[in-house]
Design a protein around this ligand. Structure first.
Ligand code: AMP
Length: 417
């Protein structure tokens, strides 16, 4: 058994997953949230949810376990990340699997921004911590929270390598033409304003899984991956290398998302600042938290938007149309950048679960050899599956993403060297 622990730390919560990398199965996972709530308002209690998975409950050579997942939720004071990690350790001790029998050989950390500095998984030394902290200028909401998790995890697991896996790393192969904004180059260089791209761990996982599924070498394939969740991005991948992606300097650029606008003329912001007197913080809040599906239809959840359309809600209809219009624009752009595509994949909450979105996005791409099979597209399934017709020259797939597994793979690859 080769256990690896994966941590995805936010400012007031963190998710964890313990995987056995011999079988690539999950032993336990959990969520510690409302960290710091005990020092603020509300109930004053944090919430910890710990799930022991079937793989951990199965006896090595015994029959399959009757309990598939066992989840326990606790409410207790969790003032900071260090306390949160103690809660996680307590959950392992009381609910299993035992961390003595399943001691992690390495801990992998999701880090959102690696700037132009980190292009591969990196063992976290004190210098790397300083670099992650310094990159907080580019990701003020994310990198400090990621770092808080790293510091607390290092205290909880002092004897093993900790590895940072960056959301931006996969996109470090973008050519200058794709990552450069057409602004004064000295201003851009002195403030590191360029396109970085995000969701890289997912785009890498999905494109590699797709190549295995179609049984062709990754380096021969032109792929387009749509990661459509609450955050959404699309990437053009040529021979396994990201060559264009819709998110840019921050995860705000590109597609219409749950609460984010995606692309907008920046002059609209000058206008709102001058004419509506909105401050930079108000504009930031507007575009990141009050736009996208939420801004247009009143909910960030596509299921609500689809239900609204069924009720005849015209705002929901327009929100859906804008969402699809943008997806088609990027699909067309990336077909042009790649000179066609061999594989198109959909992943994440919307991509995996909304056949209507997949069909509408690709509906007009018959000219590029894309043909969706409506029955295959409508079928529900858990694993990777094909939704194009047998005669389609582009293979269209639904590929469930697994960022934790990808982080664990990358963590192990550097921890072992
Ligand atoms: P994620 O960020 O990948 O967890 O995706 C979350 C989003 O997926 C939700 O906000 C929903 O908009 C969307 N979603 C989840 N399940 C469905 C579904 N069955 N149909 C449509 N959208 C869904």
């Amino acid at each position: 058994m080769t256990p690896v622990l994966v941590i995805n730390s936010g400012s007031s919560s963190f998710k964890y997953q313990l995987l056995d990398m011999d079988t690539e199965s999950t032993l336990a996972s959990g969520l510690v949230e409302r960290i710091g709530a005990s020092t603020g308002s509300g109930t004053g209690l944090g919430i910890a949810r710990h799930t022991v998975h079937a793989a951990a409950l199965a006896a090595p050579d015994g029959p399959a376990p009757t309990v598939v997942d066992a989840t326990r939720t606790r409410e207790l004071p969790i003032p900071d990340h260090t306390a949160g990690f103690q809660v996680m350790l307590d959950a392992f001790a009381s609910d299993g699997p035992s961390l003595e029998d399943h001691a992690p050989v390495a801990v992998g950390h999701r880090v959102v921004h690696g700037g132009a500095r980190f292009f591969e998984p990196t063992v976290i030394t004190p210098l790397v911590e300083i670099n992650i902290d310094e990159l907080s200028v580019l990701a003020p909401l994310h990198n400090p929270a990621n770092l808080a998790g790293i510091v607390a995890a290092k205290q909880a697991f002092p004897g093993v390598p900790h590895v940072a896996v960056f959301d931006t790393a996969f996109h470090q192969t973008l050519p200058p033409a794709a990552y450069t904004y057409a602004i004064d180059r000295e201003v851009a260089a002195s403030h590191r304003v360029r396109r970085y791209g995000f969701h890289g761990t997912s785009h890498k996982f999905v494109s590699e899984a797709a190549a295995v599924f179609v049984g062709r070498p990754l380096d021969e394939l032109r792929q387009i991956v749509f990661h459509l969740g609450n955050g959404a991005s699309v990437t053009a991948i040529d021979g396994g290398r990201s060559v264009d992606t819709s998110m840019g300097f921050t995860p705000l650029e590109g597609l219409v998302m749950g609460t984010r606008s995606g692309d907008i003329d920046p002059a609209a912001l000058f206008h709102l600042a001058r004419r509506a007197g909105m401050s930079i913080d108000q504009l930031d809040d507007l575009l990141n938290k009050r736009s996208g599906l939420l801004g247009l239809a009143g909910s960030n959840d596509l299921r609500d938007v689809l239900a609204g359309i069924d009720r005849g809600d015209e705002h929901a209809r327009l929100a859906f149309d804008v969402y699809i219009h943008r997806l088609r624009a990027y699909a067309g752009a990336y077909l042009a950048q790649l000179g066609g595509a061999d594989v198109i994949s959909f992943t994440a909450g919307v991509g995996e679960n909304a056949p209507l979105v997949r069909a509408a996005t690709l509906q007009t791409l018959g000219f590029a050899g894309v043909e969706i099979d409506p029955e295959r597209n409508a079928e529900r399934g858990r694993g990777i599956r094909i939704i194009s017709t047998d005669s389609s020259s582009v293979t269209v797939l639904v590929v469930p993403t697994d960022e934790e597994l990808e982080i664990a793979r990358q963590t192990l690859s550097v921890a072992r060297t």
